[in-house]
Design a binder for this molecule. Structure first.
Ligand code: HEC
Length: 213
């Protein structure tokens, strides 16, 4: 670098280097071009137009920071719908149909729903037969019966309604939320626990097993 700078300095002082065009002339016999010195910009003296200054990702460079978890995408966050008529009209969004993964959906179901709705979707999850700690043969769970998801009652629902009930915690959850109240229903409000994609994935999962009417 310092040798190059010295050579350039000599050329400039000898008057045969034009710093604007970069042209060098020695008595008309030798002509060549050197990089010009731009007069503006963050690197006013840009001897070489180095790739170093470009926005590329370089070897051994620390990974670029990704947006923090839960950042609102530029396309907007989820707008949670409370109106039953509006919910009824919703279909599984195309992008989630395209990315549907049955193995993953099965996992999401088994972790979040199976304890109540059962491995066969029949509403007979382990919670319904769990014995109480009183040790007198009574049951631990005395809440509302988890709905049999493989029944006409659910088969007749539209995809959007199923999505709404998963999001708000069943029919009582949706009704409470619509009145601005928190639900006292047994079923959790999965809108707070699962992503929009996971909830639609569950709709797809249920539909693929129970069919429609
Ligand atoms: C703690 C137990 C529990 C868990 C966990 C649970 N549910 Fe429920 N679910 C219920 C109960 C109880 C109802 C009936 C609510 C009511 O109407 O009182 C219900 C209702 C529903 C309904 C509405 C059916 C209808 O016709 O009213 C759907 C759909 C549903 N659950 C799907 C799911 C899915 C999918 C999951 C997992 C993400 C899930 N549930 C997790 C207990 C549970």
């Amino acid at each position: 670098m310092s040798i190059l700078a010295a050579v350039l300095f000599m050329l400039v002082t000898a008057g045969c280097y034009d710093s604007k065009s970069g042209r060098v002339e020695f008595g008309g016999a030798i002509n060549f071009e050197l990089p010009a010195f731009p007069e503006t910009g963050s690197h006013a003296v840009l001897v070489f137009s180095e790739m170093h200054y470009s926005d590329s990702y370089r070897v051994q460079e620390v990974p670029r920071l990704l947006p923090p978890e839960g950042s609102v995408p530029v396309t907007g966050g989820e707008v949670k719908i409370l109106d039953l008529d509006e919910l009824k009209g919703l279909d599984i969004p195309k992008e989630f149909v395209a990315s549907y993964d049955d193995v993953n959906a099965q996992k999401v179901y088994s972790v979040n729903c199976q304890v109540c709705h059962g491995i066969k979707l029949d509403g007979a999850g382990p919670i319904t037969t769990l014995l109480s700690a009183r040790n007198d043969g009574s049951l631990a769970y005395d809440g509302a019966e988890p709905v049999n998801l493989n029944s006409d009652r659910v088969r007749e629902l539209t995809d959007g309604e199923i999505f709404g009930y998963i999001t708000w915690g069943g029919r009582p959850g949706l009704a409470a939320a619509a009145r601005g109240k928190t639900s006292s229903a047994i079923m959790p409000e999965f809108g707070k626990l699962l992503t929009e994609e996971e909830r639609w994935e569950l709709v797809h999962y249920l539909r693929s097993r129970i069919g429609s009417k």
